[in-house]
Design a protein. Structure first.
Length: 203
């Protein structure tokens, strides 16, 4: 829970080339658990967003000032639109500013590379898609190669695309309680995959 006892206001960021599962899995889990959640785009991005797998979305709202922000991956491991393009745009600076203001910043898969570009992972335990772990290490992260989810307080990172389910279930358990996390997993008929590393360094 947040300081006022409510679930955190949450933005799930999407952009051209985002991986569908990275964003949609957490969106489903968090909204079903009662998190006030919006799908948003980076400032300046067109309102029409096309995912890595051809899903076309109309996204009227830009990233605001949420208490929790979820950043998907996509396009880092191949020559396609996605994270690499966003690394050159407004999103890393926005994530850095939100983190500095107290927002919990969450990534799924190679969304961690946007957190790296924002300067958030240096010296912090983190994980990403197994094929990008070396890239994350070169960005200065304390890479936890064995982890599925790393919850380091103000920074939460997850492995490959399906890890978005486990990231979101961890967030539900963290903010709404362990029983709520178990209910979230049961609703999906999903057995959470570990390990989940919590509090492995100062937030």
């Amino acid at each position: 829970m947040t300081q006022n006892g409510s679930l955190p206001r949450t933005d799930v960021v999407v952009f051209d080339g985002f991986d569908d599962l990275d964003a949609i899995a957490p969106l489903e889990v968090l909204t079903a658990a009662g998190f006030p959640t919006r799908v948003v785009r980076p400032a300046g991005h067109a309102t029409e967003v096309r995912s890595a797998h051809g899903l076309i979305m109309e996204v009227p709202d830009e990233l605001g000032s949420p208490e929790l922000v979820v950043v998907p991956g996509g396009g880092w491991l191949d020559d396609a639109p996605g994270v690499r393009d966003q690394c050159e745009g407004s999103l890393p600076g926005a994530l850095a500013a939100l983190h500095a203001a107290g927002t919990v910043v969450v990534s799924v898969c190679t969304g961690a590379m946007l957190l790296a570009r924002a300067g958030l992972v240096a010296g912090r335990p983190a994980v990403t898609n197994r094929n990008a772990l070396d890239d994350l290490a070169r960005a200065g992260a304390d890479v936890r190669r064995e982890a599925r989810v790393v919850d380091d307080g103000s920074l939460v990172t997850g492995g490959g695309p399906a890890a978005g389910l486990d990231v979101a279930i961890r967030l539900v358990a963290r903010f709404a309680g362990e029983e709520a996390g178990r209910r979230a997993a049961a609703r999906l008929e999903h057995e959470p995959v570990g390990p989940v590393l919590v509090g492995v360094a100062a937030a």
